[in-house]
Design a binder for this molecule. Structure first.
Ligand code: ARG
Length: 588
């Protein structure tokens, strides 16, 4: 269905035309002065020159033609030529009813559905997820859900870092601890054990230790590089060990991502394209795109219009080793082959922006993608601590994502147990759900590209622009609906009546913005727009709730209408938090 401003603009356009002006002048926008009006139209000012008339005269003409309009209850021409507008309650009711009757609250599916791959998460195997990974996961998941909701076909890929030096480090670390493992026996011919020779906790110990040592001990680092090389060139025992590392690590990653409601369709990684690299290199050489420079194989990607220096894209190092961007390019090649996406979106730390600029240019220049394939970089800023520096644990270390989730949940648990009668078990479950909302909303309510400060007190507060506040609002509605049923009523035949007061009308006006909001969130890949909307919607609801008696309303038809409005508000809020990737409990 049409968006509210389109509907109003149509009516306004007709009035312009009837008054003898161009209907295109009738564009209605939200009001700049909500104290004076709900919507406004500045078309009279825009038309003044064309019609050689004072804007106010045009505005007066148009206002005249809107007398008795069923759409506007108030049209005021004010100096120097604004049209201040209020929507009529009956017309608004019609829009609300239309919206409630449509599957996605009046959102039109996108005209040209695309196949989109979203590359997000970006976890590295054998390294625990830390706070730096939260944004890639949370933003990517929400963007995926938003794009899907508007009608695109979306494939989410975690794109694991599973092939680099960290694998060699883990293998080397393991070899030192357990040199007797059969994986290190070159003469071994048999089948390797099915069970991994380590647990996730051991794995998580091995990597940081090996990584730290390699920074001080050059010989150790050389061994790790050698191990990486052996793995990549297919030494059996190393491959088998690598598979164990991958399995153990991925099981743990799934658990962690799962606790944030983050789910990937594909668990592919850098290793998946290893065998494609020779083919890609040959193709780039044959096409005359790649050439040798100081021993390395590179593709120039600078363009005449560049204002900053864009270095060439290195495909192979002088020792023939592949790089981070080699795998990214090969991954693009594989994705085009397997999925032929219209668009690939990368949700990655914004510090990798220049890197992706090079990769995208290289992919275009070498025709790994079609000219019309869109490559988008959605770079996010850093999650900082109160000191404005990247978030750290109290003793200055890198905080694990698991710990961050646990701390937030414990904080939530305390708050929930403080004021409420709830069993320990229920409180724990609810705390978990609310904590996810606190973390995700705290993150998503900021524009992705900006840094933000992680403030546990603020994020877990039931008041203000927070996830828990939104959930609290939904729970409040649910509990009214439960009471309504307890009164022996059924939430059926909830025919809405026109808004009876300002707060009810304001709530309805917010509700009907849903389709406009989702469309622009999808176009701009901007989950923060969903947050801003539900914060306004929750405020509008709570305001209405404080001013309106609902369950004690004596007029049964009006009571049903109010309940109908509650149901719609709850449904819209639920649809929105689903786009953000969290859920509301029944009580909290
Ligand atoms: N694993 C990488 C990191 O930790 C992020 C991967 C981002 N995605 C990509 N296609 N390069 O920095």
């Amino acid at each position: 269905m049409k968006k509210i401003l389109e509907l109003l603009s149509e009516e306004m356009g007709k009035a312009f035309e009837a008054a003898g002006y161009d209907s295109a002048l009738g564009r209605v926008t939200a009001s700049n002065r909500p104290d004076l009006c709900e919507y406004q139209c500045n078309g009279a000012m825009a038309g003044a020159k064309q019609y050689r008339k004072a804007p106010i005269a045009i505005a007066n003409d148009v206002a005249e033609h809107l007398q008795g309009s069923g759409v506007f209850s108030e049209v005021q021409a004010v100096a120097p030529g604004f049209l201040n507008l209020k929507i009529s309650e009956e017309y608004l009711l019609k829009v609300v009813n239309d919206m409630a009757a449509e599957p996605k609250f009046g959102l039109e599916p996108v005209e040209n559905p695309k196949k989109i791959i979203i590359d997000y998460g970006g976890a590295n195997v054998a390294k625990p997820l830390h706070v730096g990974h939260i944004r890639a996961a949370v933003i990517g998941e929400s963007v995926k859900r938003i794009c899907r909701y508007v009608g695109h076909e979306v494939i989410g890929d975690v794109h694991l870092g599973d092939w680099g030096l960290q694998m060699g480090l883990v293998i080397t670390g393991l070899q030192d601890r357990r040199p007797d493992l059969v994986y290190f026996d070159d003469s071994f011919q048999g089948e390797y054990p099915k069970e991994a020779p380590f647990t996730i906790s051991e794995l998580e110990e091995i990597y940081p230790a090996a990584s730290a040592r390699s920074k001080e001990d050059a010989e150790y680092k050389a061994r790790a590089m050698e191990a990486t090389f052996k793995l990549q060139s297919g030494v059996r025992g190393y491959r088998a060990l690598w598979q164990h590392i991958l399995n153990v690590s991925v099981a743990d990653l799934k658990k962690n991502y799962g606790s944030l409601n983050v789910e990937f369709d594909l668990w592919k990684g850098e290793s998946d394209v290893h065998d494609l690299i020779p083919e890609m290199v040959a193709y780039m050489k044959e096409g005359g795109y790649a050439y040798i420079s100081e021993g390395a194989l590179v593709v120039d990607v600078k363009e005449e219009t560049d204002t900053k220096e864009i270095p060439p894209c290195m495909i192979l190092k002088s020792d023939g080793a592949a790089l981070y961007n080699t795998t990214d390019l090969a991954t693009i090649m594989e994705r085009m082959k397997l999925y032929a996406p219209d668009e690939i979106i990368y949700v990655v730390d914004k510090r990798q922006e220049l890197y992706f600029e090079q990769v995208f240019r290289c992919a275009r220049k070498t025709k790994l993608v079609k000219p019309e394939t869109e490559l988008k970089f959605l770079g996010f800023g850093t999650m900082n601590g109160a000191d404005g520096k990247p978030f750290k644990t109290r003793d200055g270390g890198v905080m694990r994502l698991e710990s961050l989730i646990r701390e937030t949940r414990d904080e939530m648990y305390k708050k929930i147990r403080e004021g409420r009668e709830m069993s320990e078990e229920d409180a724990m479950r609810v705390a978990e759900q609310v904590a996810v909302s606190a973390l995700k909303y705290g993150d998503l309510s900021n524009q992705a590209s900006k840094d933000y400060v992680f403030d546990i007190d603020r994020f877990t507060s039931f008041e203000g622009d927070t996830g828990p506040y939104i959930l609290y609002t939904i729970v409040r509605i649910k509990s009214i609906l439960t009471k309504y049923c307890e009164q022996g009523e059924k939430p059926e035949n909830l025919a809405l009546q026109a808004a009876a007061n300002e707060s009810e009308k304001a709530l309805e006006r917010k509700l009907v913005e849903f389709n406009t909001m989702v469309q622009s969130a999808a176009q701009e890949l901007a989950p923060h727009k969903v947050c801003a909307y539900i914060y306004d919607l929750a405020n509008a609801f709570n305001h209405f709730y404080h001013e309106t008696k609902i369950l004690s309303e004596e007029d049964a038809a009006r009571r049903r209408s109010l309940i109908g409005l509650l149901v719609l508000t709850k449904d819209v809020l639920n649809a929105c938090i689903d786009l953000l990737g969290f859920e509301a409990p029944d009580r909290m």
